[in-house]
Design a protein around this ligand. Structure first.
Ligand code: AMP
Ligand code: MG
Length: 425
């Protein structure tokens, strides 16, 4: 495992006291490692988990050539350009109940969608295309071609070939796909365990009586939501008092149980509390933890490192800064630790409906409301007040406007990058 200094030495332009957001992301990508332990779970439990090995299809899907339409199956070689074709209906093939007789030229079999194609037949004429009665049908000239409306055996999945590959995060469609193969259990990487707690003597837990100068702990609830949506196993350690003994005990217990430890509060410059000192002590000094000043807004202070085997993310205390630093830095790092194929949030382009002031030299994440206008392009406006304590603005937003490091002021109508929350928070 690389030390902080070794990772830093590999990054161009690394400056812990004026760190570009992209450099912080690269640093974290070098710091974390994916989990390797695997286990077998029932299919429904696998939702959101990462496949540990390729799933080889034990069967072909569909298992037989079958009909894609309700209609009449026949041998397509009888179709002649410019001529209609009359056929006698000699039987019926239902889904789940095949027709097993032989079908000669001049004959056809009534067939339902999904029913096995009778032997020797290769073409289905949809029932709405034909005229005639129940015993004899007429297919109009030039209405279709040999092979139309037939699904091939193995067209979806072929026996012996990988249906899904290792590293796939199992989403609803993958659950259905695995079920279609008759697979009831899958081998997945174990869930990532993430412990988190809040620090600060002014921070109240729910249920505590309000008091002058104190605030209710919102960060643990935000983190609970963010981590749960990511499919992590969350270990909520509550609010930890600002004294060295409580903090040391909390960090040690968190690091012993979890792959990642996330704290909020106590990492700003000039903090009077003990959080930074305990982090440094337990990380084994400066080789194990670094206190960043990131060129960003909101956010800025953040501690990263390792305590024992656990990765440490010390987030600032401000509720909005917690969410932004989580989305920008912690989430990509945790996804990498979960072992899935990288799932960086794609940034979308939207036109700003307003002027936004922005100084080059830092990355800004502004809370935005993205909507689509009549011509279907995306537009975005900010939620107004962007103070880093204004959690209501975060709750009203549906995405973050990402104003990059070197970018300057935005004029109305300019295109900006947006990171949508959908599927994330
Ligand atoms: P700090 O980073 O510890 O200086 O905290 C910055 C600001 O965030 C202060 O106003 C704190 O009161 C506030 N804060 C810290 N932790 C929390 C929390 N868990 N929930 C809500 N606000 C917090
Ligand atoms: Mg504090």
């Amino acid at each position: 495992m690389n030390t902080i200094d070794q990772i830093a030495a590999q990054l161009q332009g690394y400056d812990s006291q004026a760190l570009r957001a992209e450099t912080a992301q690269q640093f974290l990508a070098a710091l974390v490692n994916p989990v390797t332990e695997t286990h077998t779970v029932d299919l429904k439990q696998a939702l959101g988990m990462v496949l540990a090995a390729d799933v080889i299809s034990p069967i072909s899907v569909p298992a037989h050539d079958n009909s894609a339409m309700d209609g009449f199956a026949f041998a397509g070689a009888q179709l002649q350009s410019g001529q209609s074709l009359s056929l006698d209906v000699i039987g019926t093939a239902l889904a789940g109940k095949a027709w097993s007789g032989t079908v000669a030229d001049g004959q056809c079999v009534k067939i339902m969608t999904g029913a096995v194609m009778p032997a020797g037949l290769d073409t289905v004429v949809p029932q709405e295309m034909v005229s005639g009665d129940g015993h004899r049908i007429v297919i109009p000239a030039n209405a279709l071609q040999l092979g139309d409306n037939r699904r091939f055996k193995g067209e979806d999945l072929q026996k012996g070939k990988p249906a899904l590959t290792a590293g796939t995060r199992i989403q609803p469609a993958a659950l259905g796909l695995l079920a279609s193969l008759g697979i009831a259990q899958v081998n997945v990487l174990r869930r990532l365990r993430v412990a988190f707690f809040s620090t600060g003597d002014e921070v109240l837990s729910l249920g505590d009586a309000p008091r002058e100068g104190a605030v209710y702990d919102s960060n643990r609830y935000t983190l609970f939501g963010l981590l749960t949506r990511m499919g992590a196993e969350v270990i909520d350690m509550g609010v930890v008092r600002d004294d060295p003994i409580s903090l040391e005990a909390a960090f040690q217990s968190a690091a012993a149980q979890a792959d990642a430890v996330i704290t909020s509060g106590g990492v700003s410059v000039g903090e009077a509390d003990h959080t930074k000192a305990i982090m440094r002590k337990l990380a084994g000094g400066d080789a194990g933890v670094v206190f960043w000043k990131i060129a960003m807004r909101p956010g800025r202070p953040m501690a990263v490192g390792r305590i024992g085997k656990a990765v440490l993310f010390g987030l600032p205390g401000n509720p909005v800064a917690v969410m932004v630093t989580f989305l920008a830095f912690v989430r990509p790092a945790l996804l990498q630790m979960m072992g899935g194929n990288a799932e960086a949030l794609p940034l979308l382009k939207a036109r700003s409906e307003e002027a936004i002031r922005k100084k080059p030299g830092r990355t800004e994440y502004q809370r935005g409301v993205v909507s689509s206008v009549a011509n279907r392009s995306l537009v975005v406006k900010t939620t107004g007040q962007q103070g880093s304590g204004v959690l209501s603005s975060m709750a009203h937003a549906n995405g973050l406007i990402v104003l990059h490091h070197d970018q300057g002021n935005v004029n109305p109508g300019d295109e900006v990058d947006v990171m949508m929350f959908e599927g994330v928070i």
